[in-house]
Design a protein around this ligand. Structure first.
Ligand code: LMR
Length: 396
């Protein structure tokens, strides 16, 4: 039977991880997959997370099923972390999902059930997994202009023009903060203008928020989402705790729906649970219980916030230092944009062949579209990195 299958197309980000692991060069640098690294190049378990895990281990008396919504207390605390005072509990419902990706996938299926074959506007560019997830759910992906390769900012007018042409019931997928892969983010005025446009056109916003706290701060990073939640009649959110709690392999995410009223919200979450049931049944609990324990205890929450602040400060410092090194190596301001971008990633503007040369000749790994993981930058080798980037871009 399987001879009927054609080989799967490798995922651009995960394939790179395999290549990096197989490379015997000791001084290799991994700027590929989005995981946070400390100055020792490790992705450690956060101290607050470790402490919460110990508590859970000691207190746990059963591993019986929790149900399709997963850990309800996690759902409540994470909904508050995302929406704060924009949370209207009468028409907001959420279920735990296996990671942010799991949340995106079941929400896409929910949207497909509500509106079969609907068009989903996706930023150009976007996280490469958005397209296959949307397509596999029966929806129709289409791009909206986003990144301006000349200014390294956002083509906001072009984005708004495209979205203004959308039909009521179409969907717009927006990155809540820390845009992946570009690092260029909407400001508060732009979020407000998008919220108004959504109300005018009848578009449904689908927010992917995977890096809350990695850009400017927990609240600033969710400000756009909160503006939408206060303004639009309905929206869906797929949230991830992989990065801000460092619980990548525990798969912790939330699928949240805001309906026009509480009855509609109940129906939507009921359908979402059915989709979960037929996909994976129930989500894993350990990571969600850990996050819920951290957020529910004032001392652990304080400790986690301090650790999160330190991670963000480190990424901002690395951005500034790399931009300085690139300025020195190129004798130009070409790469200064790295300093103004936010989050884990920046799109460098390097071409595919320049990226290949960096990998082959300099053991520097970045995604084929030129995306770098800022949190993977090596503190003590930024000069080497900058010189290598400038060399390949000048040679081509
Ligand atoms: C990334 O973009 O590197 C992360 O979101 C990890 C992934 O699953 O692609």
């Amino acid at each position: 039977m399987f001879e009927q299958l054609s080989p799967a197309r490798p995922d651009a980000i995960l394939a790179l991880l395999g290549l990096f692991r197989a490379d015997p060069r000791e001084d290799k640098i991994d700027l590929g997959v989005g995981v946070y690294r400390n100055p020792e190049r490790q992705t450690p378990v956060m101290t607050a997370v470790k402490a919460a895990e110990r508590r859970i281990l000691d207190a746990q008396t059963s591993k019986s099923y929790l149900g399709l919504a997963g850990d309800e207390e996690f759902n409540t605390v994470l909904s508050s972390l995302l929406l704060a005072d924009a949370l209207d509990t009468t028409r907001t419902r959420a279920i735990q999902a296996p990671g942010g990706s799991g949340a995106i996938r079941i929400l896409a299926e929910l949207l497909s059930e509500a509106r079969p074959g609907a068009t989903v506007y996706i930023s150009d560019p976007s996280w490469p997994n958005h397209w296959p997830m949307v397509t596999a759910s029966g929806l129709r992906p289409k791009t909206y202009p986003y990144f301006d390769t000349a200014t390294r900012g956002i083509r906001f007018d072009a984005m708004m023009e495209t979205l203004a042409e959308a039909s009521a019931g179409d969907i717009v997928l927006l990155h809540g903060c820390c845009h992946n892969p570009t690092g260029a983010n909407l400001d508060s005025g732009q979020w407000a203008a998008i919220a108004d446009l959504i109300v005018e056109t009848g578009l449904l916003p689908f927010i992917d928020i995977a890096y809350q706290g990695f850009g400017d701060g927990l609240d600033s990073d969710a400000a756009g989402l909160r503006t939408l939640a206060r303004t639009v009649p309905e929206l869906v959110v797929g949230a991830s705790c992989s990065k801000n709690f460092g619980v990548y392999c525990d798969r912790v995410g939330l699928a949240l729906v805001i309906g026009k009223n509480s009855g509609v919200a109940d129906t939507a979450v009921g359908q979402l649970k059915s989709i979960a049931r037929r996909s994976y049944s129930m989500p894993p609990n350990h990571g969600a219980a850990t996050v819920r324990t951290v957020l529910g205890d004032s001392a652990l929450r304080r400790q986690w916030l301090d650790e999160l602040d330190a991670m963000r400060d480190r990424m901002l410092r690395l951005r500034a230092n790399l931009a300085d090194e690139l300025r020195r190596a190129s004798n130009s301001e070409t790469f200064d944009f790295i300093k103004s971008h936010r989050g884990m990633f920046s799109l460098t503007g390097l071409t595919r062949s320049e990226v290949d040369r960096l990998r082959e000749d300099h053991a520097i790994y970045m995604v084929g579209d030129g995306r770098i993981n800022v949190a993977g930058l090596p503190d003590d080798r930024l000069d080497y990195l900058a010189e290598s980037i400038v060399r390949v871009s000048q040679d081509s």
